[in-house]
Design a protein around this ligand. Structure first.
Ligand SMILES: Nc1ncnc2c1ncn2[C@@H]1O[C@H](COP(=O)(O)OP(=O)(O)OP(=O)(O)O)[C@@H](O)[C@H]1O
Ligand SMILES: Nc1ccn([C@@H]2O[C@H](COP(=O)(O)O)[C@@H](O)[C@H]2O)c(=O)n1
Length: 232
């Protein structure tokens, strides 16, 4: 069967990567978490002191160093989940911290950062057979994707899900801090000049506030089957 491109966009922490990963595994597609790439660049900035004391970014220094930032993915052989590597180091855990979450959206608003990462994402999808999740996949990275989904859920529900995830991992977390971070990232992502977060006109909207993980997985599989039938 001819392979397609599946673009899953939406608000932060709404379950995009959970559903994208599950579907990719089931249908034998590559899964790419584009947010992990923006997080890896942010971690690089934190580790290389490219944030000023007031939280602003040393843009010129980052622009010059972009060529030195190599991001790649490898499957964890035990979990079969993708792990993110930054310049050869496994940073999967570190890019998920609140410190990275609270610095990532301003980094992702920089045009030269987006240009570099979008180029790599398009290269990853050139053979199709890919599920990619993010904020601009259906609008900017793959505007011709055969299947586009836009996911949302209430901010309270999204923060609660993230809070429970961090608690289960044994990480210190405050519900209010997570809620603030989710809302703040949505605000910056929707209002930036370059590729702001928005639903593509031809994307299917999914509000999964009242859905379980198995229900949304089933729903996405149905959309995939419809899209693959339609493209033959
Ligand atoms: N329908 C659901 N019901 C309950 N919990 C869910 C549901 N979907 C996902 N989750 C949980 O919500 C949390 C956030 O999910 P996930 O990481 O997939 O979101 P995301 O949209 O990819 O987030 P981000 O934008 O930060 O990358 C995870 O702990 C996940 O297990
Ligand atoms: N295509 C994308 C993906 C992500 N971002 C930015 O990165 C942040 C982290 O992404 P998560 O999916 O891990 O939450 C996100 O808040 C965006 O600022 C992006 O701009 N474009």
């Amino acid at each position: 069967m001819k392979k397609i491109i599946i673009a899953i966009d939406g608000f932060s922490s709404c379950g995009k990567s959970t559903m994208a990963k599950d579907l990719a595994k089931e249908i034998g597609y590559i899964y790419i978490d584009s947010g992990a790439m923006y997080r890896a660049v942010t971690l690089y900035c934190l580790e290389n002191r490219l944030f000023n004391a007031d939280g602003s970014i040393q843009e010129e220094a980052l622009r010059q160093q972009m060529g030195q930032i190599q991001i790649s993915f490898q499957l964890n052989p035990e979990t079969q989940r993708p792990m993110t590597f930054l310049n050869g180091k496994n940073v999967e855990e570190r890019i998920r911290t609140m410190e990275v979450s609270s610095h990532v959206s301003p980094v992702a608003a920089l045009g030269f950062v987006r240009e570099a990462l979008v180029r790599q994402q398009q290269e990853m999808g050139k053979e199709k057979g890919i599920v990619m999740d993010g904020r601009d996949i259906g609008t900017a990275v793959f505007p011709d994707a055969e299947l586009k989904i836009f996911v949302t859920a209430s901010a309270q529900i999204r923060a609660q899900r993230r809070y429970e995830e961090l608690k289960a991992k044994g990480q210190e977390a405050s519900f209010d801090e997570i809620l603030h971070n989710v809302e703040e990232r949505d605000r910056i992502d929707q209002n930036r000049t370059v590729s702001p977060l928005r639903k593509a006109d031809d994307a299917i909207l999914l509000d999964n506030s009242e859905m379980t993980i198995p229900e949304q997985k089933e729903w996405l599989k149905e959309q995939f089957e419809k899209a693959t039938h339609a493209s033959h």
